[in-house]
Design a binder for this molecule. Sequence first.
Ligand SMILES: [Zn+2]
Ligand SMILES: [Zn+2]
Length: 298
Amino acid sequence: MYHALLYYAFLPIEDPEAFANEHRALCQSLGLKGRILISVEGINGTVSGPVDACNAYVLAVHADPRFAEMPIKTDVVPGHVFQKLFVRVKKELVTFRADLPSDPTKVTGQHLSAAEWKDRIERGDAIILDGRTDYEFDIGHFRGAIRPDVESFREFPTWIREHLGDKRNTPILTYCTGGIRCEKLTSYMIADGFTDVYQLDGGIVTYGKDENVKGALWDGLCYVFDERIAVAINHTEDRRVVGRCIHCDAPTERYINCANLLCNKQHIACEACEKQFEHTCSVACMDVIHDTAALATP
Ligand SMILES: [Zn+2]
Ligand SMILES: [Zn+2]
């Protein structure tokens, strides 16, 4: 059996290069694969490996007093969900084009547990803001959430000002995959004058594991950044498919990559259209594939 782990912590790391080298050696010795980002502001990682190796990793990470309290989310997976191991030093854990100073180690939106979050949604007086990007939203999201039309997280500051600028006194609920983006997002929103900001503690992934709420009010699947592409969150009877085939608009939850390698766009496609469009996202991409095939056969 294998596990996939997901975690983050915002805390000062003095020598990120040295720490990254040590950490890479630890992961290599345990045979873990995945992606770990390290910066002066903290750590954000997701790795997979055999259960014993993952357990040893969690022990080693928690043995460091700086990370003793860091929550690590665990999923059971059939095998590695990453091809390789990357341990990288970055300037910021989450790239965010903030035009105001904000510090998630000091000020963030109030964390809500799964039960508190569900209650808060059901009260119906808050704006539910998806803190992810459009393609993540399209395969699944909280019922009633706003879809920000941003292709990358760094576009959020501008988007917020344009679309929520007159809502600074309305309760805002933000959520993201594992919680890290909301730390940045809510910290920024408070700096920008929002007065009543909440974030889902541990993100969608933790919400889906809560035994009482069982992922209620989540529709569709949750996009994840590994080979699984998307995972189930809502384990209640009341679950809706929200993904729509890019070609025919039929409800479906299949995410595939465009077979035109120059495009490679990840898109939602039903089985029939995938076949008809030869695994591509558009007629244009299908033409490219045909042209390439024609060139290859003299
Ligand atoms: Zn279709
Ligand atoms: Zn394409």
